[in-house]
Design a protein around this ligand. Structure first.
Ligand SMILES: Cc1ncc(COP(=O)(O)O)c(C=O)c1O
Length: 371
């Protein structure tokens, strides 16, 4: 076989996504409808009805190129949040915007700061083409240690990622803590505030800080509270169009198709759907917390303000992969902490979803708790 030279470094961990229902159904013989899919943080109520309606009504001109900058979607997002459309860049999922940010603002060899653990994609793209990674530790229950983070900002990383609420812990930094980080970052550091899960925190998020910091960019996705993970839409927004321009210039030219533009332009105004998901998640969180408090071998790590939480495996005789596999056999898909670098084999990340799915999760966990 011919050896292909790969200039980008592709060594190290790869992203491990939550398993699909079809795989688990086939492998363990559980009916598709009964499976509790709690490993991908998707919306309990499906896609935004406003997006579905707009797509059904649209005359998708699939023979014609879309606007290469997704202008109608940039305009809709700008209108929703009160910015200029030139302050918005759209990507095929927020994941694409993260990749663009890293390529545009950190040259090979330069440093990128992030929490440990964090959304694995930051690490994977940062490591590509030889960037260096500065990790900032988290507390016992994964509370962000702002002093530690600020200390590392003194090394002048080119990019500093903050995830708010954090993935995988769901912990939310306060406005004062985020301000402290923005104030401590030098003008040579781009601060990236990833608000993929912000709706579940029941706050408006911190786009309001954008006019105060011209080295700040906020990232969001339509995959979570809008229920459009399969559509693939995310965006970056900044009050400083000079941060957005390079992202637009290096993005794959027609990265957004007509369906992405039409669906997300409608979803961004679908507050009713977002609120329905938030209400379900909060109710499930209360229910699961109460039930897990009665268990001996597992603990719900407190503090999540997101649509997932960490379950700690307290019993030293078990590890995350053993529990992950036992849950799979019972038709419950979660995320094995071992697949999230820096989290390790004492934790699972579990989505908050419909009560019947949480009941299935709890019942499967109870059977391990007692065995
Ligand atoms: C913190 C965080 N940011 C960004 C994303 C990317 O979402 P998407 O590419 O589906 O928009 C995710 C997805 O899991 C995430 O957890």
């Amino acid at each position: 076989m011919v050896k292909v030279s790969v200039p980008a470094l592709v060594e190290g961990a790869v992203y491990v996504p939550g398993l699909p229902k079809e795989y688990v159904s086939e492998r363990f013989g559980v009916a598709l409808d009964d499976i509790a899919k709690l490993g991908s943080a998707e919306n309990p109520h499906g896609p935004s009805p406003k997006a579905m309606e707009a797509l059904a009504k649209s005359n998708l001109k699939l023979d014609i190129y879309p606007d290469w900058t997704a202008k109608p979607l940039r305009e809709a997002i700008a209108k929703r949040y009160g910015f200029d459309p030139d302050c918005v860049v759209c990507g095929s999922g927020e994941t694409e915007v993260i990749a663009l940010v890293i390529r545009a603002f950190a040259a090979p060899g330069e440093a990128i700061l992030m929490h440990n653990p964090c959304f694995p994609i930051y690490r994977i793209y940062a490591a590509c083409e030889g960037r260096s990674i500065i990790l900032s530790p988290m507390g016992k229950d994964f509370e962000p240690l702002v002093d530690e983070y600020v200390k590392r900002l003194a090394d002048n990383p080119r990019i500093a990622f903050i995830t708010n609420p954090h993935n995988p812990s769901g912990v939310l930094l306060s406005e004062a803590q985020v301000r402290r980080i923005c104030d401590a970052a030098s003008k040579d550091t781009l601060v990236v505030l990833d608000e993929a899960y912000i709706h579940y925190s029941e706050t408006d998020g911190l786009m309001k800080l954008l006019p105060e910091y011209d080295n700040l960019i906020v990232l969001r996705t339509f995959s979570k509270a809008y229920g459009l993970a399969g559509l693939r839409v995310g965006f970056g927004i900044s009050a400083n169009p000079e941060l957005i321009r390079p992202l637009r210039n290096i993005k794959p030219t027609w990265n957004m198709g007509h369906a992405q533009i039409i669906g997300a332009s409608a979803a961004v105004f679908d507050e009713e759907h977002v609120q329905r998901a938030v209400a379900t998640v909060l109710e499930s969180k209360r229910f699961v917390a109460e039930e897990m408090a009665k268990m001996n071998r597992f603990r719900m790590v407190p503090g999540s303000r997101s649509n997932f939480f960490l379950a700690e495996i307290v019993d030293p005789g078990l590890d995350s992969t053993v529990v992950f596999n036992r849950l799979l056999e019972a038709g419950v898909i979660v995320k094995d902490g071992k697949d999230i670098e820096g989290l390790g084999d004492r934790y699972l990340r579990v989505d908050l979803n419909l009560k019947r799915h949480m009941e299935r999760f709890l019942s499967a966990l109870r059977s391990i708790d007692r065995s």
